[in-house]
Write a protein that binds this ligand. Structure first.
Ligand code: AMP
Ligand code: ZN
Length: 115
């Protein structure tokens, strides 16, 4: 997949609008279009990788920065201690966009196990 075909590569490149809330050298964080909680932000690596495991294998520092950015977003949104981070991997797990992304969800109670 090239960046022209990938929705999140195009958001990173500024070709498709998104509400960016945070950005770092290796990551961009923007609000999910279809939020599942009062705070629902996606943190994506600038580099295209199809999922979190591929990102961690190719660029461990970018994977770590994704999690650090997610924590910074949670704190900035007022959810210092209570938030959920999710990586969906594969269609059966609910992955619909095949550019690695970390969901940051906060602002409500969550149940376990997830659906
Ligand atoms: P996943 O199902 O884990 O692959 O997550 C993909 C997420 O991307 C979903 O929560 C969608 O609501 C979200 N999404 C899809 N298109 C956009 C967009 N253009 N801007 C922001 N979020 C999007
Ligand atoms: Zn991409």
């Amino acid at each position: 997949m090239t960046s022209e075909d990938c929705l999140f590569c195009r958001i990173v490149a500024g070709e498709i609008p998104a509400e960016v809330v945070h950005s770092t050298e290796r990551t961009v964080a923007f609000r999910d279009l279809n939020p599942q909680a009062p705070t629902h932000v996606l943190v994506v690596p600038r580099e295209h990788q199809p999922n979190a495991a591929a990102l961690a294998a190719a660029d461990p520092e970018a994977a770590a920065e994704l999690i650090r950015t997610a924590a910074a977003v949670a704190v900035a949104e007022g959810h210092d201690d209570d938030y959920r981070l999710v990586f969906n991997t594969g269609e059966r797990a609910g992955q619909t966009v095949f550019h690695a992304h970390l969901h940051v969800l906060g602002g409500r109670d969550f149940t376990w196990p997830p659906g």
